[in-house]
Write a protein that binds this ligand. Structure first.
Ligand SMILES: [Zn+2]
Ligand SMILES: [Zn+2]
Length: 580
């Protein structure tokens, strides 16, 4: 893509052009400058100026006389919410991955004009403000500009209204119009159900909220929230993975309140040159992760068994993940700059020391929702907490578009819980134990209030840890970190060890291991022979444990009976809400 950017009224100081290192909504750092080439800077009268490189991410231009036009080319071939994708089918543009900006000009408005390749009839979908032609748009300042992705291609657009708000669904795909029309009906149900949680929609600055979906065989799966839009990408089609795509809609749209406007102070304003570190992602992402599937259930787009599976996944992540003893939910949130799509080439021990703040926060939301309902007999819920956060921190908005004037701290969130629950001591205790501490809620009791049984998925089954075993070139290896404190870990097995014999028989594949485990019971001791990474043969005893994996099932399908109280609790939690 050819990019030209003009900067005016610069005075005499050198112009410091930058490529972003981060992208609004993503928590890790990136090297977007790596795809920039053929950079040239010119004065207003067309004279080329030399550029210097202060660091890998910038170009400085001096002696410009007050105006500079920079021209460069940029390569991008990844369809997702973070990067840039240019090919003959579209220009899928995430601004930080594409646009050079300049130090000190954050408050200036920008005008953007898009030029399509010859012979195409591409259209634009974006949250940018419309300009004077169909291919011209404006942004009020740099924060808003960088938060505004653009889909420029052969899009199909549908729109619907809820109350006074207009929602647009833009789709670039290989499916049919009928697929799109059917999906948009479901999207509207999600939008209405989430609106019911907060009681109102935000004031979308361009007058509309826009879903930007690219469901293409060459896309990477992603969802990325922005202030007045979201980018959703995936390899699947609406026809083949409707549920997965709706799940993304439910998560991303919830963000137009939670994170975009109910915003942690640690993310405000967004730093384009380094990672913002936030201790509140268990709320910003985790609570969103909880409400997405809950809303699908309330909207009638997911059934009880599906919701129970999601709940089991959340409970299992915090209950079984050994990382909980090492890092609290607040500390897990601070790992985001490393784990949010970061791909280190060196090995990490994260599988044993990190629990995703999505799952951790989702499990906290589940515990808090059920606890609030439990202690108030259904009068106070997590919906009330989100509304309180919205009223105090989100709804007041910002004096400048794209900014939030009353972002929250973790203490603010605790204060809102104290108000909603009417019990300061309860709020302090909940934060201290489950968010800043290492305790895990009593999910068995809480879920039973809704007639859901939390139980072992394979009770009585022998287990030595969730080892990843790979057979290559005729030998069988431990292919990933051995889970901390699992029976295999306690026996001294390590990543890279070559498994030879287990319980007196040769190990030729992971099936052989499964067969051994099947014929034993928890507490049995078996022998393992292996060769460690130095080539030294070893033998050790493994004391098998019981498979700890969990399942959540409705009491009525676990041989029990749903009591009227449980039925009421369940309906109030999972049933549809009133929509205005
Ligand atoms: Zn596209
Ligand atoms: Zn999210």
């Amino acid at each position: 893509m050819q990019v030209e950017a003009s900067f005016t009224e610069l005075g005499t100081a050198p112009l410091e052009l930058r490529m972003s290192r981060s992208s609004p909504g993503r928590y890790s750092v990136h090297d977007f400058a790596k795809n920039v080439y053929d950079v040239h800077a010119f004065t207003d009268d067309g004279r080329e100026l030399p550029t210097t490189r202060p660091d890998p991410y910038g170009w400085n231009v001096s002696g410009h006389g007050g105006g500079v036009t920079v021209k460069y080319k940029i390569y991008g071939d990844r369809v997702d919410g973070t990067y840039l994708a240019i090919d003959t089918t579209h220009a899928h543009i995430n601004m930080p991955a594409a646009i050079m900006w300049a130090h000190g000009l954050d408050d200036r408005p920008a005008t953007l004009t898009f030029l399509p390749p010859a012979g195409t009839r591409w259209q634009i979908a974006t949250q940018l403000h419309p300009g004077s032609t169909p291919l011209e748009f404006t942004a009020p300042n740099l924060q808003y500009l960088m938060d505004s992705p653009v889909e420029f291609g052969p899009i199909a657009m549908r729109q619907f209204s809820v109350g006074s708000r207009t929602f647009r669904f833009s789709l670039h795909h290989t499916g049919t119009d009928a697929d799109l029309d059917a999906a948009v009906k479901d999207v509207e149900r999600i939008v209405r159900e989430e609106g019911a949680i907060y009681g109102e929609f935000p004031d979308y600055e361009p007058g509309t909220y826009t879903f930007l979906a690219d469901y293409l065989p060459y896309a990477s799966g992603d969802g990325m929230e922005h202030r007045n839009s979201t980018v959703m990408t995936g390899r699947a089609s609406l026809r083949s993975d409707r549920q997965g795509l709706l799940d993304t809609v439910a998560h991303e749209f919830f963000h137009c309140w939670n994170v975009e406007r109910i915003r942690p102070r640690s993310l405000e304003p967004f730093d384009l040159e380094r990672a913002n570190m936030s201790g509140e992602l268990w709320l910003a992402e985790g609570f969103t992760q909880y409400f997405g599937p809950l809303v699908l259930q309330r909207a009638g787009l997911e059934d009880l068994s599906g919701t129970a599976r999601t709940v089991a996944g959340l409970v299992e992540a915090v209950t079984l993940g050994p990382g909980r003893q090492l890092r609290s939910a607040e500390e897990m949130s601070r790992m985001a700059p490393f784990v949010d799509d970061g791909r280190p080439i060196d090995r990490t021990n994260w599988s044993s020391t990190v629990i995703s703040y999505y799952q951790f926060g989702g499990a906290i939301a589940l515990a808090l929702d059920l606890t609030l309902r439990d202690r108030s007999d259904g009068r106070i819920t997590l919906d009330d907490f989100m509304r309180a956060m919205w009223r105090v921190h989100g709804k007041p908005g910002g004096t400048r578009e794209g900014y939030v004037d009353r972002p929250y701290t973790i203490d603010d969130a605790e204060a809102r819980l104290a108000e909603v629950s009417g019990d300061r001591g309860f709020a302090r205790d909940f934060f201290a134990r489950y968010i800043q501490g290492h305790d895990v809620a009593d999910y068995t009791r809480l879920l039973m209030r809704a007639g859901l049984v939390l139980r072992k998925r394979q009770a009585g089954r022998a287990w030595w840890g969730d080892l990843q075993i790979e057979t290559r070139n005729g030998s069988t290896h431990v292919a990933a970190l051995v889970p901390f404190k699992s029976p295999a870990y306690n026996a001294g097995l390590e990543q890279d060890d070559e498994l030879r014999d287990l319980d007196g028989g040769r190990v030729g594949s992971s099936d052989d291991v499964d067969a051994v485990l099947r014929r034993h019971k928890p507490g049995d001791r078996i022998q393992v022979t292996f060769v460690d990474r130095t080539g030294t043969p070893k033998t050790a005893g493994v004391t098998l444990a019981e498979d700890p994996h969990l399942d959540v099932v409705p009491v009525e399908s676990a041989g029990g009976r749903l009591t009227p109280a449980q039925k009421l609790f369940r309906e109030s939690w999972l049933g549809p809400k009133k929509i205005d």
